[in-house]
Structure formats: C-alpha cells, structure tokens
Ligand binder design. Structure first.
Ligand code: CA
Ligand code: CA
Length: 190
C-alpha cells in the first residue's frame, strides 16, 4: 500500500477502536518545513495524545530528537498552523495539576506556561499561550480535558486526551542522548 493508501485507510478507520494505533503515525509526514532553525513535520494520521507524544519522541531528524510541537510565540504558532492546515496535538498537558499547563517534551519540558481555567487563567511570566477565548475550560467540569490542540484557525483548546487527532513533530535544541538511560539501572539507584 502506498502512502496515500495508508493515510486513506487510517482516515476511514480513525474511530475504529481496534485500529493499530502505534502504527497509525508511521506513515511519512504529509508536510515538513524549517522555521528559525527548528524543523517541523505534520502527520495527519490520527490517534490519542499519549500515542502521539510517544511517536514524536521516537522520531529523529539531523541528529535531533523529536517532540510534540511546543508553540512558544505567535510567529511559531502561525507557522505550524499553516504547515498543518488542520487540528493537531500540542505537547501541552495539565494532567498533573488541573489548570497548570506545562510543555511535556523538548527544550521547554516542564515549563509552566499557563495557570487557571478560561478567563480566570493567565499566561505565566514570559510565556506565550494561544488559547481560544474561554479556553482552557476543562469542558466546564463536565469531563476531563487535559491535552491541548491547535485548531485550523490557530487557536488552542483543551480536549480529552483520548480524542483522535493528528500531530506536528518539532525538532529543536534537543540532541539525541549519546547513551540512552537504562531503565533497570535507574530503578536500582532508587
Ligand atoms: Ca517550539
Ligand atoms: Ca476545552
């Protein structure tokens, strides 16, 4: 099956629960481009946020490790909006503490960029956030929305992490580690 065929397959079956999700992103990126020294790839194949996160971390480009896109300026947001042309996962979550939005991977890992719900919330010092008005709203408490998307208009929304969405992988100042940490060793040290 060629790339178009694979994408068509996943598009047709995107809500099929038995979809082999780990493979869904394995297709080649539909679009890729470089902006201010960072490289970006858009994958339209859709899956839940944690799968997208793990897929991004498994990617490399020119000796750099991938991560779910971290949009830290208006310019970067406009660039990735145009690259994707549809909704995609951002590398942001508030699953640790409700309302505390952090970047989860890449050079901005663990950075708290936003605190609070909707109009009560605010960007943290020096940080950029592109939420749609009244977002993030955690679905007004109706359900948990702990993962962030950017929509086709460029505005962000918090949605359930189980939602099926495409992704943009970013490669910035994140070199590939020379010796990946061995899980067994670090566990013993604890
Ligand atoms: Ca970024
Ligand atoms: Ca929301």
């Amino acid at each position: 099956m060629d790339r178009a065929g694979i994408l068509e397959f996943f598009k047709k079956h995107e809500f099929e629960p038995k979809l082999p999700q780990a493979d869904a992103f394995a297709a080649q990126p539909a679009n890729q481009a470089t902006w201010k020294g960072h490289h970006y790839e858009h994958f339209p194949a859709k899956g839940p946020w944690d799968r997208a996160r793990d897929f991004a971390a498994s990617r490399t480009h020119n000796g750099r490790k991938g991560y779910l896109a971290t949009v830290t300026s208006k310019g970067e947001g406009e660039f990735v909006r145009q690259l994707a042309g549809e909704s995609f996962w951002l590398g942001a979550s508030d699953s640790g503490v409700e309302g505390d939005w952090r970047w989860v991977q890449g050079p901005e890992r663990d950075t708290l960029f936003w605190r609070g719900i909707g109009t009560q919330g605010s960007a943290q010092e020096g940080s950029f956030a592109g939420w749609r008005a009244h977002e993030p709203n955690n679905a007004d408490g109706v359900k948990d929305e702990d993962c962030a998307t950017m929509g086709p208009s460029g505005e962000w929304n918090d949605v359930p992490c189980t939602q099926f969405t495409g992704l943009v992988v970013e490669y910035g100042d994140e070199p590939i580690p020379h010796q990946p940490e061995e899980e067994g060793v670090s566990k013993q040290e604890l």
